[in-house]
Design a protein around this ligand. Structure first.
Ligand code: C5P
Length: 232
């Protein structure tokens, strides 16, 4: 899969999501489905959006014992999603079990990426609550390398970390980067942000864009602006 813009469909219901996607009559966006929509609507929402011709990143961030993650991934693999994810903090054994669960009898499987440290976790919280005392950048890079060694395809990371992740894990290791804003739009609660054009320059493979598109008065134009800036 080449570079693409993934639209974070952070809507509370199927109705709101499909109404939003109905606007896209030309290029069909790669769609990210998160916990809110998946838990509200169940697996059928994935099938419905897939049936409309969209590729899907199912962002459920699994983190449990290896056997449970393996069984859950088997279910997600059957939904025919394109990308799904786990927490790297689940350890190598859990990530390897996730790959086993995802792999279909014919050897194919969705891409699997890891969450390193959530961007909502800062150095202070990591030290206080997780007893991890290394600098955040070192922790993120360690998790990325661990994910790579476990056989995963990439990580979710800040666009500011994408170049370093590629350096440590290779150009083929995917960097999927949220925290994207246009130069002239509000940052909202995202702190470390970057424009689609800059994300392209520093080598992100996929950008994840939510509110700059979903809350825009003209979502299709905002999406096409992302595509033009990021893919060209
Ligand atoms: O609206 P916005 O563009 O900030 O949406 C970004 C999307 O990426 C949201 O769905 C958010 O949950 C997700 N995300 C993030 N930062 C991470 C991981 C996921 O913003 N570290």
């Amino acid at each position: 899969m080449g570079k693409d813009v993934i639209v974070a469909c952070d809507f509370p219901s199927k109705e709101a999501t499909l109404e939003f996607l109905d606007r896209f009559t030309g290029r069909k966006p790669f769609v990210k489905i998160g916990m809110e929509l998946f838990y509200a609507e169940g697996p059928q929402i994935v099938k419905d959006i897939k049936a409309r011709g969209h590729r899907i990143f199912l962002d459920l961030k699994l983190h449990d014992i290896p056997n449970t993650v393996k069984s859950a991934m088997k279910v997600l693999s059957g939904l025919d999603v394109d990308i799904c994810n786990v927490h790297a903090a689940g350890t190598t054994a859990m990530m390897q079990a996730a790959i086993e669960g995802l792999t279909r009898p014919d050897g194919t499987r969705p891409l699997l990426i890891a969450v390193t440290q959530l961007t909502s976790t800062d150095q202070e919280a990591m030290e206080r609550d997780l007893l991890i005392h290394e600098p955040m950048e070192e922790v993120v890079m360690h998790y990325a390398v661990t994910a790579k060694n476990a056989g995963l395809d990439g990580v979710v990371c800040s666009p500011l970390e994408a170049a370093a992740v590629h350096e440590a894990c290779g150009a083929q290791f995917l960097t999927v980067t949220p925290g994207i804003r246009f130069s002239d739009s509000a940052a909202g609660d995202q702190k470390r942000i970057m424009t689609p054009a800059r994300a392209r320059e520093i080598g992100s493979d996929y950008i994840v864009v939510g509110r700059p598109i979903t809350r825009s008065e003209d979502p299709v134009s905002a999406y096409m602006r992302c595509v033009e800036e990021f893919i060209g």
